[in-house]
Design a protein around this ligand. Structure first.
Ligand SMILES: [Zn+2]
Length: 271
């Protein structure tokens, strides 16, 4: 008895009187006289006023998911390219400062922490007076260790060993002096600065040892600018490279890897 009462109550859920009026069967003449349109019942007797069906909800959800899948990579792609441009701009300013420094030091590039084990002697600080805002240009916006480097007086950019570090024999004699800007055969083809690898706090590369790809990507970050995680081979993405004439070029990690795999060393100044 109680169940029946409960059901009756459920079935008598209040419906507006206007809706009841509309749902009454009418004939055309009556309709014309009243000047109103009847509500056409849908197939299966369901009214148009009924809520969305499960299929409709699923279709809308699927469309939203497709749109999201299209929009999010585009947004992350836009962020990657904005960061790449800002990083290239940092490197261009460093390039101009290097040229100005060399101009006042007979073509010599600044020394690195390889010879001076003191972060105050890192080349980026030597360049300080030649850079308007050293703190803004020394960090790459895509560098995950950027905030830490900013605190530790580090930089996201490292100088090419060939231009900044002498090569010594085991008796401590200089085997090869670092290249001098004025003596370079082709400044437009000589790499001066790279983006540092994650986990490295060095201010210069060890590019004389670039005999295998893993030696390269533990020194520099050839895929700094990419969408998502680094690939296992570290060959998906691009990085910016600074040349001795002050220009910055973007090189694909796969292209850089190919040179190393072929036994070439892109860091070696061309003769
Ligand atoms: Zn070193």
């Amino acid at each position: 008895m109680a169940t029946r009462l409960h059901l009756t109550r459920l079935l008598s859920t209040p419906i507006s009187t206007e809706l009841i009026e509309e749902m009454k069967p009418t004939n055309d003449s009556e309709e014309r006289a009243r000047g109103r349109r009847a509500v056409t019942p849908c197939i299966g007797g369901q009214s148009r006023l009924e809520a969305f069906t499960l299929v409709e909800i699923l279709v809308v959800t699927a469309i939203i998911a497709i749109l999201a899948a299209l929009i999010f990579p585009a947004l992350s792609g836009a962020r990657v390219s904005a960061n790449t441009v800002q990083c290239a701009n940092n490197m261009r300013q460093i390039g101009a400062a290097l040229i100005a420094y060399c101009g006042e030091h007979e073509g010599d590039f600044p020394t690195t922490m390889h010879t001076e084990d003191d972060e105050k002697k890192a080349w980026i600080y030597t360049l300080g007076p030649y850079l308007q805002r050293v703190d803004q240009v020394r960090i790459c916006p895509s560098d995950p260790e950027g905030p830490q480097r900013l605190k530790d007086k580090g930089t996201s950019y490292i100088l090419n060993e060939y231009i900044a570090v002498p090569s010594m024999d085991r008796f401590g004699n200089v085997k090869e002096s670092p290249s001098n800007l004025r003596a370079l055969a082709s400044p437009a083809r000589t790499l001066t600065a790279f983006i540092v690898a994650d986990g490295s706090s060095s201010d210069h590369t060890h590019s004389r040892n670039w005999k295998a790809w893993n030696r390269v990507y533990t020194d520099i970050c050839p895929d700094r600018h990419r969408s998502g995680k680094a690939s296992k081979a570290r060959d998906q993405g691009v990085a910016n490279y600074l040349y001795a004439d002050g220009h910055v070029a973007q090189i694909e990690a796969s292209e850089f890897k190919k040179l190393i795999d072929e036994g070439q060393n892109p860091a070696l100044p061309p003769k």
